[in-house]
Design a binder for this molecule. Sequence first.
Ligand code: NAP
Ligand code: FE
Length: 373
Amino acid sequence: MQHFMPTRIVGGKHALEQNAGLLRKLGARCLLVTGGSSAKMSGALDAVTAALEQQGIAWTVFDQIGPNPLVSACYAAGEMARAFDAQFIFGIGGGSPLDAAKAAAIYAANPSLAPMDIFAMAHKTPALPIVLLGTTAGTGSEVTRISVLTQDKTGRKRSIAGDDLYAHIAFADARFTHSMPFSVSYSTAMDALSHAIEGWIKAPEDDLAAMFARQAIPPLWEGLTAMQRTGQLPDDAMRARLYEASLYAGLVINIGGTAFCHPMGYVLTEDYSVPHGMACGVFLPALLGRIKRFLPGMETELLQAFSPLGFETMDAVGAQLAQLAALPEIRMEETAVQGYADYWRANPPKNFAASPGGLEPEEAAGLLKSLFC
Ligand code: NAP
Ligand code: FE
């Protein structure tokens, strides 16, 4: 077994307020990286700035990170960090500002790095220390060595990964997720469920991946089915379970990576503005189908995780998942589907090859047609 995950996770109610002293070790000046409104709306920005001030740490904010962060915005945050002489970067938000904070930490430490050169992950100086505080219960970026960026020119998403992208500290207090509206709550839970399944089946021999996935799946399933059934937001207790589950699911992709649901989901986000979690989740029933065909041992393991939820077969899980993850509003032209197949042929996603049975671009196109044409 091999495992490396150096992030100090400080979880629970008032985790930040009670452990603010940890920040002082990282430096006396800090750049905060946030989206336009969620850091304020969730109360996280006030809590973080109060903690920094209590510790005598000078701060400034870059709040221009949109969903699916652009390389140019991350670069601008890195330049601001350098101009402010920041010694560490503090990302506050959902996966987008957290991933942007990771990229900004690389740019800040490497003044000669051109924006697009970040994808080579060959920068000489490691990223500045990173602190993350999540406001969505989805990506698990708090505990991964991954950052997903959108290229300005093409609008296509591309991820980077490196050990210097692990947060030094992740403050994990579900109270900052309470302000999420229904659509964000639902989609981010779907993202986390996708991570738990995709990452687990990519690392079938890894006991830690199995352990983390088994922890993550039941609360995510219960949260999603309750939200769909009632149309209501989760209560505080469920919010806490969902947030913790999203971290477990992040630990799973940190081990196994994602399967084809993620690269296929990217095109739905890029071209149809589907939120990340729903964009990936819609392909999960197809993934279950391929697990049944190509990884029968893994299907048995998955069923063990789903049986406490009342399931006797994975076909039944797949049928309910198809309802939970449906995107009835998306319609595609066959020519658009062919365009995606051409794109994937020219830029083969490594997650296709590493998916059960290996997914060919033509098969991916067939899946798009069956769902959206
Ligand atoms: P997000 O893109 O960070 O945020 C989506 C929307 O929700 C934004 O409008 C945001 O507002 C709002 N929001 C966030 N927290 C809120 C809160 N507490 N209250 C009210 N509104 C809130 O969503 P996400 O799904 O967490 O992140 C998706 C990104 O993460 C994608 O780019 C995806 O590719 C990436 N990702 C990364 C990893 C990883 O391991 N690094 C894994 C999976 C996905 P603001 O714009 O104001 O912030
Ligand atoms: Fe994801």
